[in-house]
Design a protein around this ligand. Structure first.
Ligand code: MG
Length: 258
C-alpha cells in the first residue's frame, strides 16, 4: 500500500530532510585526508541530536526493525569508500586522498524520516572515476525530474537507466530506492532500471527516496563479512546519490535540501 502524505506530514519530512542536507554539508567540509569515518559519524550524530532529531540508521536491524543487537547497524552515517557501494560501517579507517566516499544519512523528526546520500571526491581521482560520480548525480536528477503527477514510478526508473546505460555504467540491481514516511523503507520500490512494469501512478503526497547506485564495472555486488558493507564483486568503483522527494502538484520537491 502506497500512502500519500498530508501537507503537515510533508512539513515534518521537510525538517528531517533539511537536517540530512545539513549533515552532508558538515561532512563535506570535514572530509579531508586523515579524518576517520567514525569522526564523521560523531559529527553527524551530534548535529542530529542537537536539533532534536534521531538517526534513522543507528541500531537498525533491517526490515523496519531496531534493537540492541550485535547485528544492528553501528552508525548515524553509512560511509562507503571506493568499491563499497552502500552501508559501509563508520570506524577507524582514515580517509586518503584519491578516494571516493559515499555518505548516506537518515534522520527522524516527529516520527518522519528523511534519507539522503552524496558521493564525495577526496583530492584527485582518475577522470573515469570523476565521470562516474557526476553520472550518478545526473542520473538522480533525471529520476527526480520524472517524479511528476501523472507519471508512473517506472518513468523514474527509466530516466535513471537512460543516463546510466549510454555511459556504460553498471546499475546495481540488488538495492533500490523506496517509499519513505513513518518508515524508512515503504512501498513502492524504485528500481534504477526498467522492470517491464509501469509501477504505481505518481500522485501528490507520494514521498520517495530515489537513489541510483552506479559502478565502473558490472552490476554484481556482495555483502562483506561484517554483515553490512556492500561491495562490487569485480572491485570496480561505485557511486551513490540519494534525495528524498515529495510529488506535488507543482512537480517534485526535494526534501533533503538546506
Ligand atoms: Mg535510502
Amino acid at each position: 500500500m502506497v500512502s500519500r502524505k498530508s501537507r503537515r506530514e510533508i512539513e515534518s519530512m521537510r525538517r528531517a530532510g533539511r537536517l540530512v542536507a545539513e549533515v552532508l554539508a558538515l561532512v563535506e567540509a570535514e572530509l579531508k585526508p586523515g579524518v576517520t569515518t567514525r569522526e564523521l559519524d560523531r559529527l553527524a550524530e551530534r548535529h542530529l541530536r542537537a536539533a532534536g532529531a534521531t538517526p534513522s540508521f543507528l541500531g537498525y536491524l533491517g526490515n523496519g526493525r531496531y534493537g540492541k543487537d550485535p547485528h544492528a547497524f553501528r552508525g548515524t552515517i553509512c560511509a562507503s569508500i571506493d568499491d563499497e557501494v552502500v552501508h559501509g560501517i563508520p570506524g577507524d579507517r582514515a580517509i586518503r586522498g584519491g578516494q571516493i566516499v559515499s555518505i548516506d544519512v537518515g534522520a527522524i523528526v516527529d516520527g518522519w524520516h528523511g534519507d539522503g546520500a552524496r558521493t564525495f571526491i577526496v583530492g584527485s581521482v582518475p577522470s573515469a572515476t570523476a565521470d562516474l560520480v557526476e553520472a550518478t548525480r545526473a542520473a538522480l536528477m533525471a529520476g527526480i525530474a520524472a517524479a511528476v503527477p501523472g507519471n508512473r514510478v517506472g518513468d523514474i526508473s527509466g530516466a535513471i537507466e537512460d543516463v546510466a546505460v549510454p555511459g556504460g555504467y553498471g546499475i546495481v540491481r540488488q538495492f533500490v530506492g523506496h517509499g519513505i514516511g513513518t518508515q524508512m523503507h515503504e512501498e513502492p520500490q524504485v528500481t534504477n532500471y526498467r522492470t517491464g512494469a509501469r509501477g504505481i501512478l505518481l500522485q501528490p503526497g507520494i514521498c520517495l527516496a530515489i537513489e541510483p547506485m552506479l559502478t565502473l564495472g558490472n552490476e554484481e555486488v556482495e555483502v562483506k563479512a561484517d554483515g553490512w558493507t556492500v561491495v562490487t564483486t569485480d572491485g570496480s568503483m561505485a557511486a551513490h546519490f540519494e534525495h528524498t522527494i515529495a510529488v506535488t502538484d507543482n512537480g517534485p520537491e526535494i526534501l533533503t535540501m538546506v
